[in-house]
Design a protein around this ligand. Structure first.
Ligand code: COA
Length: 368
């Protein structure tokens, strides 16, 4: 068996094709209810990196054939001792040491870069579902693509229970640091009367605030407030045992993120709450769709500035944004969102809107 691992060559189309095929096959196994992996998003780190992220991407070849790959993301603006990792092996070539070899390769790169810890996610059973899946997980935030049919499907917990990612992470010595739950809103079952009632109720509690909406790039006048909210996110969300510091975000970084999302073809819909007395934007909710789908969206960030909590601004922004997005995306069938299992406040809002648990995910952390 001849195994060698080398940095990906962005001009080597056959290897890129193989890497995409491996990722798409693995994702279809781990999360069969999500649409196919978006090719444009998959390749984007090569030419359109997120600001402050240095991605190193290597491919494993077994007897000359690409059989797996690893990507590490080094963080240059904050979390400089942390890195995130994605590592996938072709299902046809598993349990032959390829995953371990890819990780050994990545660990060398991480040590050279001065990193102290690395975090990766993998699919898991829903908390409380029991069985071998209690160990495992799947990467959050992975917008997919156009589904050939309905977006229904089995939950990963029922996938024969292999949950290789969890077993692999455990074998490497990683610790489960955060348990997430992916919830799904089936748009066909959306109770529009209930949504209108929730919105009316939230509006009555949100006197002194007005909402603004936009698509894609936030209006220039709100960029600094959006940056402030985005930077707060990791300070506010439950992080379990993850050692991840809040990100340093300013207006320029937001512009860079928006350019990178444009390059990925991601369509974004936002509703935000403005405090009328100060003119500051103090709450914000964002939904996005990958370039290759009209049927599936991700509910991304929802955040309210701490001094302005207790006015139902989170529910207001999220519910209005749902209507806003549906007005532009009439084919939308399903919306997925990740929450830390411990994030009871956000989960309560999501449940009110009709989101229901679909899958679990674990963030694994390893000191290197
Ligand atoms: C997890 C993954 C990368 C493993 O790749 P692989 O090439 O099969 O891994 P290896 O053969 O190097 O396995 C290393 C060790 O991990 C453990 N392991 C890996 N897969 C396992 C499985 N399905 N069941 C039990 N243990 C497993 C074993 O301890 C194994 O050592 P052993 O074979 O000597 O017993 C692969 O299954 C995959 O791509 N999964 C989907 C993506 C994913 O979850 N990535 C990990 C994110 S943290």
């Amino acid at each position: 068996m001849d195994l060698y691992i080398a940095a990906i060559d962005p001009t080597d189309q056959p290897t890129l094709d193989a890497a995409y095929r491996i990722a798409a096959t693995a994702e279809a196994m781990d999360a069969p209810d999500l649409p196919p992996l978006c090719r444009r998003r998959f390749e984007a780190p090569l030419r359109h990196p997120m600001p402050g992220i240095d991605t190193r991407w290597s491919v494993a070849h077994l007897d000359g054939l690409p059989v797996g790959w690893v990507r590490i993301n080094l963080h240059l603006l904050d979390n400089t001792e942390n890195a995130s990792i994605e590592l996938v092996v072709d299902p046809a070539h598993r349990r032959r040491g390829v995953g371990r070899a890819l990780f050994t390769h990545a660990r060398e790169l991480l040590r050279e870069a001065g990193c102290k810890r690395v975090v990766g996610s993998a699919v898991a059973a829903l908390p409380g579902a029991g069985g071998p899946g209690e160990l495992g997980g799947k990467a959050p935030g992975g917008p997919g693509g156009e589904a050939p049919g309905d977006l229904g499907g089995e939950a990963p917990a029922e996938l024969g229970g292999e949950l290789a990612g969890a077993a692999f992470a455990t074998a490497l010595g990683a610790k489960a640091a955060l348990v997430d739950v992916r919830r799904r809103l089936d748009v066909a079952t959306l109770d529009r009367r209930q949504l209108a009632a929730l919105l009316a109720d939230a509006r009555s509690t949100a006197a002194g605030y007005r909402t603004v909406r936009w698509r894609d790039l936030p209006p220039e006048e709100y960029l600094a407030d959006v940056a402030h909210l985005e930077g707060r996110l990791l300070a506010d969300a439950p992080m379990g045992d993850l050692e991840w510091e809040p990100e340093q975000v300013d207006a320029e970084r937001i512009r860079g993120i928006e350019r990178a999302l444009d390059a990925r073809g991601v369509r974004r819909y936002s509703v935000a709450a403005v405090h009328e007395a100060s003119g500051r934007l103090v709450g914000w909710s964002l939904l996005s769709l990958a370039a290759n789908t009209t049927r599936h969206a991700w509910q991304q960030i929802t955040i309210v500035e701490p001094a302005h909590r207790g006015h139902r601004l989170g529910l207001l922004c999220k519910a209005e944004n749902l209507k806003h997005t549906l007005a532009y995306e009439p084919e939308l069938q399903a919306i997925d969102t990740y929450n830390a299992a411990a994030n009871s406040h956000m989960i309560a809002i999501n449940e009110q809107l009709g989101f229901r648990p679909a899958a679990g995910s674990t963030e694994w952390q390893l000191t290197i």
